[in-house]
Write a protein that binds this ligand. Structure first.
Ligand SMILES: Nc1nc2c(ncn2[C@@H]2O[C@H](COP(=O)(O)OP(=O)(O)OP(=O)(O)O)[C@@H](O)[C@H]2O)c(=O)[nH]1
Ligand SMILES: [Mg+2]
Length: 275
């Protein structure tokens, strides 16, 4: 995967944790990439819970890639909070760049900083149970699949979000028929390193999850889909607006063209679902 943090500007210097030395080339077993946009101190209890669960699972050499990219002048204290956490905890890899994109750009900068043999991607706004990371990691660690994600059987984030999400999934499946996944945007998503390195991720915006799933399909990866619940966002109102919905629709059409004319499926045998 191309490293978006190495592309431009002075901010690329901040992209890797300062704690890392050239000699430190050993890969951790698991990297957890947490999207912390505007989370500020609220991320702390979520991380504590996650670390407790990982330790109970016997995972000891994980790294936590905290993505706290910020909009200049917004007063967002998340980058400071993350850097301070990283000073105290060597397992934390801070990614605190000035934003050059929306959610997808944060995903790309986080994945580029992650070095784990397995990489988990999760939102840090408390809506996704962090315990799903260890559930999915168990599946991925078995070696039977290259990719594992959740699908939401219960949602507590309101009717309108449920409807928007349902419409999105219907349109996605109409545009990309035969895609064998439920609930495209659900996280956590866990990806084996060998699979991540083959993925070509470019979406800087709200179609990032969709692009990951299209890559899973294009690469014919074996996968598991596991049920979960999704909580209400207790910190803030939804960021998803009518504009966001239109933006996602535009992205879907663009990526439909891309996958017709550019990205060809790999034909190295059928992927398998263990859902
Ligand atoms: N809204 C927003 N989220 C971002 C951005 N960059 C990264 N993210 C992360 O993307 C994740 C998902 O965004 P959310 O707005 O929570 O998306 P959602 O859960 O589908 O929808 P709502 O919670 O209803 O807003 C969050 O955990 C953020 O940390 C950004 O520029 N805008
Ligand atoms: Mg959310």
């Amino acid at each position: 995967m191309k490293d978006p943090t190495q592309t431009s500007g002075p901010s690329s210097r901040e992209s890797r944790t300062p704690e890392r030395t050239e000699k430190d080339t050993r890969r951790p077993a698991l990297s957890v990439v947490v999207l912390c946009y505007r989370s500020e101190e609220r991320i702390i209890p979520y991380l504590q819970q996650m670390e407790k669960e990982l330790s109970a699972e016997g995972v000891t050499d994980e790294e936590l890639v905290l993505v706290g990219n910020y909009v200049r002048g917004s007063g967002d204290r998340t980058p400071d909070v993350i850097r301070k956490l990283a000073e105290k905890n060597p397992k934390i890899v801070p990614v605190t760049l000035e934003k050059q994109g929306m959610m997808g750009w944060d995903v790309m900068t986080g994945l580029a900083a992650a070095r784990g043999e397995a990489v988990a991607l999760i939102d840090g706004d408390g809506q996704m149970p962090s315990s799903d990371i260890t559930r999915l990691y168990r599946v991925l660690r078995s070696g039977e699949v290259d990719f594992a994600k959740t699908f939401r059987v219960k949602r507590f984030d309101g009717t309108s979000r449920r409807v928007v999400s349902r419409c999105y999934n219907v349109i996605f499946h109409l545009l990309f028929p035969g895609t064998p996944f439920r609930d495209i945007n659900s996280k956590p998503k866990l990806i084996a390193r060998r699979a991540l390195e083959q993925m070509h991720l470019t979406c800087k915006g709200w179609f990032s999850d969709g692009e990951i799933m299209l890559e899973v399909r294009r690469l014919n990866l074996s996968f598991a889909d596991v049920p979960t619940v999704f909580h209400e966002n207790e910190w803030r109102a939804s960021f998803v607006s009518a504009w966001t919905a239109l933006e996602i629709l535009g992205y879907m059409l663009l990526y439909r063209l891309k996958y017709w004319f550019g990205r060809r499926p790999q034909t190295n045998g059928p992927g398998t679902s263990t859902s």
